[in-house]
Design a protein around this ligand. Structure first.
Ligand SMILES: CC(C)(COP(=O)(O)OP(=O)(O)OC[C@H]1O[C@@H](n2cnc3c(N)ncnc32)[C@H](O)[C@@H]1OP(=O)(O)O)[C@@H](O)C(=O)NCCC(=O)NCCS
Length: 196
């Protein structure tokens, strides 16, 4: 049994320890504190019945690179201690963070970076949570490894929606053309009928 709840400033020393056990990307305490105080709705943790922190997600909210008016969720760090993996904890933490950020901000998408060799995390993001690869950021990590920049679109990817709208526009023009032809034919037949 686990308790999943919002991350609070009092948890940060233990959360930072969990981060250091599990990931080479470690942030200074000032970053953890700033994130949790600025976006208290975005970050969550999982603890066992004894109160031991076994997993966390640290997230923030920012403006999109493409457009200042768009809000974007950002997953900065996610980890689950090794003995507690494959129990669905990361999926639950990520889902709670997403829903909570969406309740507070009109998010366009959520983004994150993942090492291209991190098969477990890639599978979690892509197969279990529906993220797609947006781009590859070469030598993104300090040791030179590349990262996939991944996104989860909240209201649909605008590029795909634009294509769909274009398809419907073409279909709409074709449909209107056929209706007009049908009306012209009907008019001809009616004309023929009244002449006989
Ligand atoms: C990646 C990580 C957070 C996953 O945590 P987790 O709690 O074990 O993940 P979940 O149990 O919620 O897994 C949900 C789904 O993700 C996928 N997944 C998770 N771990 C996987 C693995 N080792 N291999 C393949 N798929 C995996 C599966 O689809 C899984 O669903 P399933 O168990 O029904 O098959 C964990 O392995 C971890 O802490 N790794 C080290 C830190 C890290 O890499 N963080 C991500 C940085 S970007």
């Amino acid at each position: 049994m686990f308790n999943i709840r919002r991350m609070e400033p009092k948890d940060l020393i233990d959360v930072q320890r969990c981060n250091q056990y599990n990931l080479p990307e470690n942030y200074p305490m000032v970053f953890w504190t700033y994130s949790v105080i600025t976006w208290p709705e975005a970050s969550f943790l999982a603890e066992d019945l004894g109160g031991k922190i076994v997993g966390y997600v640290l997230a923030s909210v920012e403006q999109a690179e493409e457009n200042d008016h768009l809000w974007v969720g950002h997953i900065n760090s996610l980890a689950v201690l090794r003995p507690y993996r494959r129990l669905g904890l990361a999926k639950r933490l990520m889902t709670l963070s997403k829903e909570s950020m969406m309740d507070t901000y009109p998010l366009q998408y959520i983004q994150l970076h993942v090492r291209i060799s991190n098969r477990a995390a890639l599978s979690l993001y892509r197969d279990a949570l529906g993220y797609t690869v947006h781009s590859v950021d070469y030598r993104y990590y300090a040791d030179g490894e590349d990262a996939f920049s991944m996104r989860l679109w909240i209201n649909g990817n605008p590029d795909i929606l634009r294509h769909r709208r274009q398809r419907w526009k073409i279909f709409g023009s074709f449909h209107r053309f056929m209706v007009r032809k049908h009306e012209q034919l009907a008019y001809c037949f009616r004309g023929t009928g009244s002449a006989s």
